[in-house]
Write a protein that binds this ligand. Structure first.
Ligand code: PEP
Length: 262
C-alpha cells in the first residue's frame, strides 16, 4: 500500500520563535478551512523554535509532526554547541533530518557521521529523514546511483538491523535530494527521479526488508513543478526548503500534492 503523501518543511536557519508561532497558527487556520485528504506533514524549524512549534502542533485535531534539522550522535558530554537526540525528544521531535547535503558539504559530515546520527536517532525512538544525493560532478560522470548506493550502504549497516533499530523502516523517510538541485531552481526530470526512487526502494527491500520508507524528492520544489513530481507513482512526497518559508506557499504545495495522489 502506498504511504500517505508526505510533505516536509525545512526552514533551515530562518525564523525566530514569534515568526514560527505566526506561521504555524496561519497554517493550522488554512488547514481547518480546507478539507484535505490525509497527509503526513512535518515541520523542521531551527532548534530555538522547536518547543514553541511543538506546543502549537499539539492543538486541536490537526497534527503536524515536528522534526529537527540536525542532531549530535553522542547522548551527552563536552560537545559545545551540539544537541543530543534525547534533548530533541524532550522538545517534542518525532523526526530528525540527517545527512542533508548542507551538513555534508558545509560542515564536513562524512557518511560515517551520518551513520552514527542514524543510530542515535533510532536509539532515542525517533524517526530519521535520511537525505541522500549526488553532486553535479557525480551526475556528469554517470555515477549518480554509485553515490546514492554508497550513502545508503554506509548508513544502513548490519549492526542497525541486528540491534533491531530498523524494524520500523516503513515509518522512516528517505529524501532523494540531488545536491545541484537544492536552492538552485534546477531540477532533474520527474522520470529520472522516479527511476532513482525505484532503485532506492529496491535497495531497502534487499538490505533491510522490513517495509519501504516514504521516498521523497527534494530540490527546488515549487508550485510550478510539484504536480509533475507527485504524478510519479514512487514519489511519495517532497522535502521543501525555500518554498516552505511562507505558510501560504507550503500549504498550497500540500494541496496540490495531495490532489495529485488522490
Ligand atoms: C532542502 O533544503 O532540502 C531543499 C530541498 O531546499 P530547496 O527546496 O530550497 O531547494
Amino acid at each position: 500500500m502506498a504511504p500517505k503523501p508526505c510533505f516536509i518543511a525545512n526552514w533551515k536557519m530562518n525564523k525566530g520563535i514569534a515568526e514560527a508561532e505566526r506561521y504555524v497558527k496561519d497554517f493550522i487556520k488554512r488547514y481547518a478551512e480546507t478539507s484535505l485528504a490525509p497527509s503526513r506533514v512535518i515541520i523542521a524549524p531551527p532548534f530555538t523554535a522547536l518547543q514553541a512549534v511543538s506546543k502549537q502542533v499539539k492543538c486541536g485535531d490537526f497534527e503536524i509532526a515536528l522534526g529537527a534539522q540536525n542532531v549530535h550522535y553522542e547522548p551527552h558530554g563536552a560537545f559545545t554547541g551540539e544537541i543530543s537526540a534525547g534533548m530533541l525528544c524532550e522538545s517534542g521531535c518525532q523526526y530528525v533530518i540527517i545527512g542533508h547535503s548542507e551538513r555534508r558539504t558545509l560542515f564536513g559530515e562524512s557518511d560515517e557521521v551520518v551513520r552514527q546520527k542514524l543510530f542515535a536517532v533510532r536509539k532515542a525512538g525517533m524517526l530519521p529523514i535520511l537525505c541522500i544525493g549526488e553532486t553535479f560532478e557525480d551526475r556528469r560522470a554517470g555515477k549518480t546511483w554509485d553515490r546514492l548506493q554508497a550513502q545508503l550502504s554506509a548508513a544502513l549497516t548490519d549492526d542497525l538491523m541486528k540491534m533491531g533499530l530498523a524494524e520500523n523502516v516503513a515509518e522512516w523517510v528517505i529524501a532523494y535530494e540531488p545536491v545541484w538541485a537544492i536552492g538552485t531552481g534546477e531540477t532533474p526530470k520527474p522520470g529520472e527521479v522516479e527511476e532513482i526512487h525505484q532503485q532506492i526502494q529496491a535497495f531497502i527491500r534487499k538490505h533491510v526488508g522490513k517495509g519501504i520508507p516514504a521516498t521523497l524528492y527534494g530540490g527546488s520544489v515549487s508550485e510550478q513543478n510539484i504536480l509533475e513530481f507527485m504524478e510519479m507513482p514512487n514519489i511519495d512526497g517532497v522535502l521543501v526548503g525555500g518554498a516552505s518559508l511562507s505558510s501560504e506557499t507550503f500549504f498550497k504545495l500540500i494541496e496540490l500534492g495531495v490532489s495529485e495522489k488522490q
